[in-house]
Design a protein around this ligand. Structure first.
Ligand code: F0G
Length: 480
C-alpha cells in the first residue's frame, strides 16, 4: 500500500483497490454453527462454505482477481497446441524471471511431481529450509528423504528474526561434504509451515553459491514468493532501493529451477516450472504430456493462463502485494496487544495463533490447535486451518509424532477481506482468549491412514462446545 500517513495516532493498512464484484456472506447464529461443526466432525476442512462467514482456511486459489485479469480471460486462445495464450505466459515468465525454459502444470504439487520424479532416486537426501506437506510426500514417494536446515529461530514462534526462513549454511555444507547423494537443494519462499516466514536475498545467494560449489542445482519453491518479495524490500538493506521487479529477478538469478503454484503466485489457478538449462528442461519435458497435458497448456485452462500472465505482472506492483502482509501485520499486532499468543514477527500467507500457549491447559494429545480451530469457528464463523499434531502422519508402527508447533492458521487471501472484517476476527479471537478455559480437547472418531487432517472426523472429549456456546449467549445476547 502506498505511503499514506494518518493524522490520528493509529496507522492503518489502506487498501489500494476497490471492490467491484462481491459475494454475499452468510453468518449463521451460534447454535447453527455448533450444528455445522458437529456435522463436520470438528474438522474445518469438512464444513460447507455456505456455513462459513470469513473463509481463512487457505490463500490457495481464492485470491481476488483484477478487472484486467478478467478482461484477459475473455481473450484466451483455445488450442490444443501452440496457443497464443501459452506464448504470452511464457514470454511474461521469461521477462520477469530471466529463464528461457518453461513447463506449464496444473498446480504446485504437479510441478513437484515432475521435478522430484526426474531428480530424486532411492537413498537421496534433499536438504531444504523447511518442508511443505506435498513436497515431502513427492520426495519420499521417489525414495528420497528430507533434511531441514532452518535457522534455530525458525521454529521458535516468538523469536523476532526478520528472516526465519533462512537456511543454515553450516549444516548444508556438512551434508554436501558427507558423501551422501544430494540431487538438489530446495528453498521455499515465504516458508509456509513455520508461519509464512521469508528468507533473505543474501541467504538465498549464499545457499546458491554453496550448492554450485558441489555442482548441485538449487530449486526454488516460489509459490509464496509474492510475500517474500515484500519482506525483502521492507526488511533487507540491500533491497530497500530496488523495485519489486528487480528483487524478483535477483531471486530468480540465484536459482537453477523455479516452480510455483499459481493458486498463490499470480492471483489465479495453475502452476509452472522455469528452468535455466536446456538439458534439464529436456529431462523433465516428457512428463508434462504424460501427467498434465500438452506442452502449451499443461492441464490448465487457457483462461486461467491469461489470468496468471496478468497476475504475475500485478505481483511486481508494491501496492498490490502489500495488502496481504500489511493486513496480517495489523492482525498480529492487535492480537499481541490484547495478550493473544501469535507467531511473531508477522509473516505472509496469514496470521497464526499459537495454540500451545493459547490453550496451554490442553495436552498435545488432545489436539490443541484442532480444538482451538473448532472453537474459533463456533465463536465467530471464521474458518481457519489446523497446523499441528492433527496434520502429522503416524509412523510405520502407528506411533503418532507430536508436531513441533501447534498453530491455527488464519489465511488472508490476497485482496479479499476488508479491515472491518479483520477487526471482527480480532474481536472474536480476543473474546475466545478471555474464555479459553472453556475450550476442551478433541479425540478421533474416524482417523484415515493417509493425510488424516483433510477428511478425518473428531469429537470433543466433554460437553465443552455447549458450555462455550452458553457463555457466548451470556456475553453477546442475541448477536449472531
Ligand atoms: N508449495 C507451497 C509452499 C505451498 O504452500 C503449496 C500449497 C504447494 C507447494 C502446493 O501447491 O496447492 O497448487 O498444489 N499450499 C496450499 C496451502 C495448499 O493451503 O497452504 P498446490
Amino acid at each position: 500500500m502506498a505511503n499514506v500517513k494518518f493524522y490520528g495516532d493509529q496507522q492503518y493498512p489502506l487498501e489500494m483497490h476497490k471492490v467491484r464484484i462481491i459475494q454475499k456472506l452468510n453468518l449463521l447464529p451460534v447454535e447453527e454453527r455448533l450444528g455445522a461443526i458437529e456435522a463436520a466432525g470438528f474438522n474445518t476442512f469438512l464444513l460447507q462454505n455456505r456455513d462459513v462467514f470469513l473463509d481463512m482456511l487457505t490463500d490457495s486459489g481464492v485470491n481476488a482477481m483484477s478487472q484486467e485479469q478478467q478482461a484477459a480471460m475473455m481473450n484466451a486462445d483455445d488450442a490444443y497446441a501452440g496457443s497464443a495464450t501459452y506464448t504470452r505466459l511464457k514470454d511474461k515468465v521469461t521477462e520477469l524471471f530471466g529463464m528461457d525454459y518453461f513447463l506449464p502444470a496444473h498446480q504446485g504439487r504437479a510441478c513437484e511431481n515432475i521435478i522430484f520424479s526426474t531428480l530424486v532416486d532411492d537413498g537421496d537426501v534433499v536438504p531444504m529450509n523447511y518442508h511443505f506437506t506435498t513436497t515431502k510426500a513427492h520426495i519420499v514417494a521417489n525414495g528420497g528423504s528430507v533434511e531441514e536446515y532452518l535457522y534455530p529461530q525458525g521454529i521458535d514462534v516468538t523469536a523476532l528474526h526478520p528472516f526465519k526462513g533462512n537456511m543454515d549454511l553450516g549444516q548444508l555444507r556438512a551434508l554436501l561434504e558427507s558423501g551422501v547423494n544430494v540431487p538438489l537443494v530446495r528453498m521455499e519462499a515465504g516458508t509456509n509451515l513455520i508461519g509464512g516466514q521469508p528468507f533473505s536475498l543474501q541467504n538465498l545467494r549464499d545457499v546458491h553459491a554453496l550448492a554450485k560449489e558441489f555442482d548441485v542445482p538449487l530449486v526454488l519453491d516460489a509459490s509464496l514468493l509474492q510475500d517474500n518479495l515484500y519482506f525483502m524490500k521492507e526488511r533487507e538493506e540491500q533491497c530497500r532501493d530496488m523495485t519489486i521487479r528487480e528483487i524478483a529477478l535477483a531471486v530468480a538469478d540465484a536459482c537453477d529451477i523455479f516452480y510455483f503454484s499459481a493458486r498463490k503466485l499470480g492471483f489465479a489457478r495453475g502452476g509452472g516450472i522455469l528452468i535455466r538449462e536446456e538439458e534439464m528442461y529436456k529431462r523433465m519435458r516428457g512428463l508434462v504430456p504424460m501427467f498434465e497435458g500438452f506442452l502449451t497448456y499443461g492441464g490448465m485452462s487457457v483462461r486461467e493462463m491469461e489470468a496468471i500472465t496478468v497476475g504475475l505482472e500485478e505481483t511486481m506492483d508494491y501496492d498490490m502485494i502489500s495488502h496481504g502482509p500489511q493486513f496480517i501485520e495489523y492482525t498480529v499486532a492487535e492480537l499481541d496487544k490484547r495478550g493473544v499468543p501469535v507467531v511473531k514477527p508477522a509473516g505472509g500467507l496469514g496470521a497464526h495463533l499459537n495454540a500451545m500457549d493459547f490453550v496451554s491447559h490442553l495436552d498435545q494429545r488432545e489436539y490443541p490447535a484442532g480444538a482451538l480451530n473448532a472453537a474459533l469457528y463456533l465463536t465467530s464463523g471464521v474458518r481457519g486451518m489446523e497446523r499441528g499434531t492433527m496434520s502429522e502422519e503416524r509412523d510405520a508402527d502407528g506411533v503418532e509424532p507430536l508436531a513441533n508447533m501447534e498453530l491455527v492458521r488464519l489465511a488472508m487471501p490476497r485482496r479479499v477481506f476488508t479491515l472491518s472484517q479483520v477487526n471482527y476476527l480480532i474481536d472474536r479471537v480476543t473474546w475466545l482468549h478471555e474464555n479459553r478455559g472453556l475450550i476442551g480437547g478433541l479425540e478421533w472418531e474416524e482417523e484415515p491412514e493417509i493425510l488424516r487432517f483433510f477428511y478425518g472426523r473428531m469429537r470433543p472429549t466433554s460437553d465443552w462446545p455447549q458450555q462455550l456456546l452458553a457463555k457466548f449467549r451470556e456475553d453477546f445476547g442475541d448477536s449472531l
